[in-house]
Write a new protein. Structure first.
Length: 312
């Protein structure tokens, strides 16, 4: 049930992003507030210190953030490959493409992760996983090739833009699998990357003219920005717990739920509808994800990253 709730939450972030960009907000401004709000929420989460002793209260403290060179390199890599670059592309793509279609394309993360893992020496070639990669490719071709697949044929030029995010998420996971996180806990990595990423994104938002003034009064787009950031932090923190409690291979099943809920929420909230080509592509892509995903003995770090979709 927790897995279903996680999938529903992460899947909701794509329609929320569509609502945010509908107000004319652009990618650098949205990325800054996603990182800044996420960092603020994570600071509160990390400040909670639970004591197992009977009768003890929950104490509050401001947790330190490692700033040694090794930790800073990790924060920088995760901030760039996990949020700033992929989310900038994703926010721009969702301005032009249906929200549900972006959710489907984001599920390609494990398919891009497999060839990157081969190139970095993280994985060995497996025919079954390569077959899953081919299924995903056929699924993408069903989206971009038929004239009737998209509501507007002009949208096809934005498909490559929507593929940038899953490529970077796949690269992020392989970097972590190959070089690790300098001994940092997952939530500390996310917190540090959010803080550093917000510091990087702020000048980008200001000098590009994308900065968003979130002072009240708020409308639906502003609430969408806040809710998306809150959902991401809660669900990703829960996901990290799930990996430890139930194993990475079980936790990665959230990928299917994120895609399914992403399409469902887009239909319910945004009134989107899709052609038979898109539905066929979704079936092929999810079947490919099933074949490409790690087996039970696979590297936990790689398996963990395969649920990183929409994320952000």
């Amino acid at each position: 049930m927790i897995l279903v709730v996680m999938g529903a939450g992460w899947g909701l972030t794509q329609p929320l992003s569509k609502i945010a960009v509908s107000a004319g907000y652009r990618h650098f401004g949205l990325v800054f507030w996603q990182l800044a709000l996420g960092a603020a929420i994570l600071a509160g989460v990390r400040s909670l210190r639970f004591s197992g002793a009977p009768g003890r209260r929950i104490g509050l403290r401001w947790p330190g953030l490692r700033t040694d060179p090794a930790a800073m390199r990790v924060y920088l890599v995760i901030a760039l490959t996990g949020t700033i670059l992929p989310n900038s592309a994703s926010y721009e793509a969702i301005r032009h493409l249906p929200s549900g279609l972006v959710s489907i394309l984001l599920s390609l993360v494990p398919m891009f992760a497999f060839p990157i893992a081969l190139a970095l020496g993280n994985e060995r070639f497996q025919a079954l996983r390569f077959g899953g990669l081919l299924l995903g490719l056929v699924g993408v071709l069903l989206i971009v090739t038929p004239d009737a697949s998209l509501p507007d044929r002009a949208m096809v030029i934005f498909i490559p833009l929507a593929l940038i995010a899953p490529i970077f998420y796949a690269l992020e996971g392989n970097i972590v699998a190959r070089w690790g996180t300098a001994g940092l806990a997952p939530i500390d990595v996310l917190y540090g990357a959010s803080v550093l990423g917000a510091l990087i994104a702020l000048p980008l938002a200001i000098f590009s003219g994308h900065f968003i003034d979130l002072r009240p009064p708020w409308g639906l787009p502003e609430y969408a920005i806040l809710l998306a950031a809150l959902i991401h932090v809660i669900v990703y923190t829960t996901y990290v717990w799930m990996v430890g409690a139930a194993g990475a291979v079980f936790a990665v099943q959230v990928s299917y739920l994120v895609t399914g809920f992403g399409v469902l929420w887009a239909m319910m909230i945004l009134g989107e509808s899709y052609s038979a080509w898109i539905w066929s592509a979704m079936v092929l892509i999810l079947a490919g994800v099933f074949l490409v995903q790690p087996r039970p003995k696979a590297d936990l770090a790689e398996a963990g990253d395969q649920a990183r979709i929409a994320t952000d």
